[in-house]
Design a protein around this ligand. Structure first.
Ligand SMILES: [Fe+2]
Ligand SMILES: [Fe+2]
Length: 300
């Protein structure tokens, strides 16, 4: 019988994630193991398998988010918060196809057509997602184009910068780790999360296009599955880079999302007002019926 695959990646300091094809996963610290007796001290070189690769990738996300566990914001949902989240969703998706195509071009240049083909597929699939966010904003009576042109939420900037930089690298394999992180987190959103947003929307208004498509009901689930299978097929060095970036991206996302979620309702209404150059009365009337400390929203 063929031996089960074991994969491992050192993600930070002396912490490594080790995963078996059978689905077992654990975090391993090098300190404490005798020198020369640690089989995971050297990078893995073997083949991957979907069962272990998914555990490495998800372990990296969990480890990345563990850093904010104690100060994680858990605000209630408000319309202003949802609008800010849609602005963030727009910015994280508007350049995605162009960035992925740039990375694909580089892989074609260096003779890795299979990576280029995967990235080109993803670029096609992600095309138009920024427009879903704009449509949702418009449906909510917000001048979406004006809002996104003048408002780039502080917590979202480092995420976008990260993806730009990863896709512009000489060897841009790590951009897959960033995309995985973003899509995996989106795919965790359930129908109940969408229902909570619908309750906030005016009667008859559909403003959940982006959220639906980036949830367990939309294309994200298939994107995540495709990525796991693709990453598992890559050589060990590439898998290591992708898993490490999944961790790094998760750290940036955790900090960035939390920064946005910690904002008060007044702060968010103010940011929206400044960006569109006018007060949107329907947002303020929904605000006045809530207590200030009821806070924010779900990241779309
Ligand atoms: Fe998307
Ligand atoms: Fe996607």
């Amino acid at each position: 019988m063929a031996q089960l695959v074991t994969e491992w990646v050192n993600v930070t300091g002396d912490t490594s994630i080790i995963a078996r094809e059978s689905g077992e996963v654990w975090f391993h610290t090098r300190s404490g193991t005798k020198e020369g007796a640690d089989p995971f001290a050297t990078p893995m070189t073997g083949v991957g398998a979907a069962g272990s690769t998914i555990k490495l990738l998800d372990g990296a996300i969990n480890l990345g988010f563990a850093g904010i566990e104690n100060r994680l914001a858990r605000p209630d949902l408000t319309l202003a918060g949802y609008i800010v989240a849609l602005v963030g969703a727009y910015h994280t998706s508007v350049d995605t196809p162009r960035n992925l195509r740039r990375a694909a071009g580089r892989f074609n240049e260096i003779g890795r057509p299979e990576v280029a083909a995967y990235l080109e597929d993803r670029a096609r699939e992600e095309t138009g997602h920024d427009r879903l966010a704009l449509k949702d904003l418009r449906a909510l009576g917000v001048p979406g184009e004006r809002l996104v042109a003048n408002f780039f939420p502080e917590g979202i900037k480092p995420l976008c910068k990260r993806f730009d930089d990863l896709c512009a690298a000489d060897y841009p394999i790590a951009c897959i780790g960033y995309s995985y992180c973003l899509e995996r987190i989106a795919a965790l959103k359930q129908e109940t999360d969408i229902d909570k947003v619908k309750v906030l929307c005016p009667e008859g208004v559909d403003a959940t296009r982006f959220l639906r498509s980036h949830s367990c009901l939309g294309s994200e689930v298939a994107h995540v599955e495709e990525t796991i299978a693709f990453v598992a097929s890559l050589p060990a060095n590439d898998r290591i880079s992708v898993v490490r970036e999944t961790y790094e991206s998760a750290v940036i996302m955790a900090e960035g999302y939390n920064h946005e979620l910690l904002k008060s309702e007044t702060q968010m209404l103010d940011e929206i007002r400044q960006a569109v150059g006018e007060t949107l009365p329907h947002l303020h009337s929904s605000h006045s019926s809530r207590r200030e400390e009821d806070g924010a929203r779900p990241a779309a």
